[in-house]
Design a protein around this ligand. Structure first.
Ligand SMILES: Nc1ncnc2c1ncn2[C@@H]1O[C@H](COP(=O)(O)OP(=O)(O)OP(=O)(O)O)[C@@H](O)[C@H]1O
Ligand SMILES: [Mg+2]
Length: 359
């Protein structure tokens, strides 16, 4: 599958852009602050309805405009058109002119994996980013995951609101708790299944990019370690005191170790960066295995930051995307584009929110 057409209106510094893309390797070249990363952000937005820079949609609306529009045509076994409009008043998402009613039917249509500097936060940042990583990957691969997640979030909000009341009605609390456990358990089960599938891929990827032969391991760290329902009962009194749900998938984490030492505590900056990239490579490979087609790879400047060894470790993934008729979009400044990718390359010049074909 590939993105054969991209249309932007009032997206970041693009007033309008309309561009067709072939399958293959696309290099977005330009000086700083011209709009290279913005193109990747637009594609990622269509894939996930979020920004990988962790900002809300309002920031992506071009200054002075009312709303943004991103549209795309996808071609694979079938051809489809996605249109997404967002303004503070209105949000419209359609596939082939049909409004999307359920998000779970939409996510997974366009699968993309992004490599960007923010990835380092997966290792250094709070557990929230790691939960989001697991959630996105599961939403992209397991048809029922997103539904359970949405239900869980809704129930969690209601249960927390109930716990904040002066007198907590025991019957209502019990009802919310049993529903929360039901949906929460399916999230936990899916995460438990995910990690052993992801970990060997991450370990192999790490071996390819890191100079030393340390062993990377991953562990799921659920906040409910044994039985979710009975652990919730155990903290019932404390929950009433702090007025919030203390245990559940919203408190889970995922831990990374190199040679059995926690990367976040003991790893060097370089090791943390390599683990983050390995994790993203594993995500791309898992999606490829599971779906039979590679996701679109969006690579923001990382190659420029990487030393030779790490760069060459990333190349097999890019080669594979090539062979499978996939697509890679990569941003670089003119100076540091990876010349080892010399073949079959489309070059684009990005200047002041304009995209033009290079030579
Ligand atoms: N909402 C917005 N409206 C208009 N312009 C915006 C908006 N958000 C960001 N910009 C502009 O977009 C430009 C940055 O685009 P982008 O992040 O794609 O740069 P880049 O080409 O990737 O640069 P670098 O090489 O430094 O990473 C800046 O000029 C910024 O002012
Ligand atoms: Mg950039």
């Amino acid at each position: 599958m590939h993105l054969s057409y991209l249309r932007l209106r009032d997206f970041r510094n693009y007033q309008q852009a309309d561009q067709a893309f072939e399958p293959g390797f696309h290099l977005l070249l330009g000086q700083n602050a011209q709009g290279k990363t913005n193109v990747l952000e637009a594609i990622y937005l269509l894939a996930t309805l979020r920004s990988f820079r962790g900002v809300g949609a309002s920031q992506m609306v071009r200054h002075g405009a009312k709303g943004l529009f991103v549209g795309a045509e996808l071609r694979g076994q079938q051809r489809c058109r996605i249109r997404y409009y967002w303004s503070s008043q209105q949000r419209r998402l359609s596939v082939d002119q049909e409004p999307v009613k359920r998000l779970e039917d939409y996510l997974g249509l366009l699968r993309a994996v992004v490599f960007c500097t923010e990835d380092l936060q997966l290792i250094k940042g709070s557990p929230k980013g790691r939960r989001r990583f697991m959630d996105l990957l599961l939403a992209q691969t397991e048809p029922t995951y997103l539904h359970s997640l949405q239900q869980y979030v809704r129930l969690l909000r209601s249960r927390n609101a109930l716990l904040k009341q002066a007198r907590v009605d025991a019957g209502s609390l019990e009802a919310f708790t049993s529903q929360l456990v039901l949906h929460g358990q399916s999230l936990i089960d899916a995460r438990v299944r995910l990690i052993p599938r992801l970990a060997p891929l991450a370990q192999a990827a790490y071996r390819r990019i890191a100079p030393d032969a340390e062993t990377l391991s991953m562990e799921y760290a659920p906040s409910a370690r044994e039985d979710f329902a009975s652990e919730l009962r155990r903290v019932a009194i404390r929950e009433k005191m702090v007025k919030s749900t203390l245990i559940g998938p919203h408190r889970d984490d995922c831990l990374f170790k190199l040679n059995n030492q926690f990367v976040c505590d003991y790893g060097s900056e370089g090791q943390k960066r390599s683990v983050a990239i390995a994790l993203k490579m594993a995500q791309a490979e898992l999606l490829t295995h599971q779906m039979g087609v590679p996701p679109i790879l969006l690579i923001d400047d990382v190659m420029g930051e990487l030393d030779r060894q790490r760069r060459s470790g990333l190349l097999p993934l890019l080669e594979r995307a090539h062979h499978a008729n996939g697509q890679v979009f990569m941003t670089c400044t003119e100076e540091n584009w990876p010349r080892e990718l010399g073949r079959r390359l489309y070059r684009w010049h990005v200047q002041s929110g304009q995209l033009s074909k290079g030579h």
